[in-house]
Design a protein around this ligand. Structure first.
Ligand SMILES: [Fe+2]
Length: 123
């Protein structure tokens, strides 16, 4: 929780090293993800349409912050960016194997339908 009562809480004794900055950015990303989780829980927990709309908007801004921080992290740590890219590629390959295109819920409709038990009846 915030410690606003301490006027010196935000003071820093020195600048961060690059490695410390990278760690700080990872922590910032975790904070943004936690904020998304909490805001989303509050959206789900209320039926007040105005509160739902405002909190959902804030939640979505936090998602944009994750994107900004991930881009910054890739810039600061290109080696880590390669690991992210490897993971992304692995999932893309799995989606291709499963015949998904675009977003993960959209299957390629031009593909041949998978065989079903019914398709074997009469053969
Ligand atoms: Fe944020």
């Amino acid at each position: 929780m915030a410690s606003f009562a301490n006027p010196f809480a935000g003071n820093v004794p020195r600048k961060m090293t690059r490695e410390e900055l990278i760690q700080a950015i990872r922590l910032n990303i975790a904070g943004e993800l936690e904020a998304i989780y909490v805001y989303d829980a509050h959206v789900q927990a209320t039926d007040d349409p105005v509160a739902k709309k405002v909190i959902a908007d804030i939640r979505d801004e936090e998602k944009a912050h994750v994107g900004e921080l991930m881009t910054l992290l890739r810039h600061l740590d290109p080696e880590e960016a390669e690991h992210f890219a490897e993971g992304e590629e692995e999932v893309r390959e799995m989606l291709q194997e499963l015949n998904f295109i675009g977003n993960s819920t959209e299957k390629n409709s031009e593909s041949k339908p998978e065989s079903t038990i019914g398709s074997l009846i009469g053969k």
